[in-house]
Design a protein around this ligand. Structure first.
Ligand code: NDP
Length: 251
């Protein structure tokens, strides 16, 4: 049976993505750390859309987690024909002031886990001759600014890796789409605002639902790279605006 696997589906953009897949009749494997949140999503989607939802609670920043997840789905005969690498976070701290363990966790989750899942499931999809991979980067992938150096770098990694793999796989039946969201109101954004990084003062954020609809459409169209909003607003470029916004710290 074919499944869509979505990481970070317990909240925000990932949860909305899960609902879009379910509304289209896809069975799902949803992952995140919080089992109780995954159970809520499972209950809602199974009840509303009649699809089957598997939950796998795991911390993808642990180095063996991607392989464990892959081994588990293979052992259960779950064929993954859609992979959404969505889980990610930012630590809103100056590079030299940050806790290194936290920085390392970000590298593992935002980069290493995403790359390994793309590798493992990409190989399976290529063997089957079809599949779609959607990687969530950010407009932050195009620029750099203060107080989240590792995040900027991690999202540039996601964009770069996705484009390169998309070219490699172009005639295999497997597509790789990278979507770069602008500001989107989720828990991620609340964490930013709590740290005084009020970049939402510059533009109206998208809702998680709007962003998910955009990303879902781009993935189905097999677009390699797509940016959501922000860059075109009032002739202003994110390169000019975002660093200025990030320097508005409250304390
Ligand atoms: P949320 O914080 O709402 O969602 C993040 C998801 O990732 C949650 O489901 C969380 O679940 C999961 N997650 C976090 N850490 C781990 C971990 N160590 N292991 C497994 N799962 C984890 O934020 P968003 O929906 O906004 O974020 C989704 C993606 O969108 C991220 O990659 C983010 O970088 C990107 N993005 C967001 C933007 C925004 O403005 N919101 C802008 C640009 C990009 P749990 O806590 O249960 O583990």
């Amino acid at each position: 049976m074919a499944y869509a696997l979505i990481t970070g589906a317990s909240s925000g953009i990932g949860r909305e993505m899960a609902a879009l897949f379910a509304a289209d009749g896809h069975d799902l494997i949803i992952t995140a750390r919080r089992q109780s949140k995954l159970d809520e999503v499972k209950r809602t989607l199974e009840h509303r859309y009649g699809v089957h939802v598997e939950t796998v609670a795991l911390d993808l920043s642990e180095s063996d987690a991607p392989q464990k997840l892959h081994d588990y789905t293979v052992s259960q005969d779950f064929e993954v024909d859609h992979l959404v690498n969505n889980a990610g976070f930012a630590d809103w701290t100056g590079f030299l002031d940050a806790d290194w363990l936290r920085q390392h966790e970000m590298m593992q989750l935002n980069m290493a886990a995403l790359a390994e899942l793309t590798y493992r499931y990409g190989r399976d999809m290529r063997a089957h001759g079809h599949g779609r991979i959607l990687n969530i980067s950010s407009v932050a992938s195009m620029m750099a600014g203060p107080y989240m150096a590792m995040y900027f770098a991690s999202k540039a990694f996601v964009r770069s890796l996705s484009e390169a793999v998309a070219y490699e796989l172009h005639d295999t039946g497997v597509s790789v789409t990278c979507v770069c969201p602008g500001p989107t109101s989720t828990g991620f954004a609340k964490a930013a605002n709590m740290r005084g990084m009020n970049f939402f003062t510059l533009t109206k954020p998208a809702t998680a639902y709007q962003l998910a609809v955009y990303a879902y459409r781009k993935m189905k169209q097999e677009r390699t790279l797509a940016y959501h909003g922000y860059l075109t607003k009032a002739g202003a470029t994110a390169e000019r605006l975002l660093p200025r916004a990030l320097t508005r710290r409250v304390a």
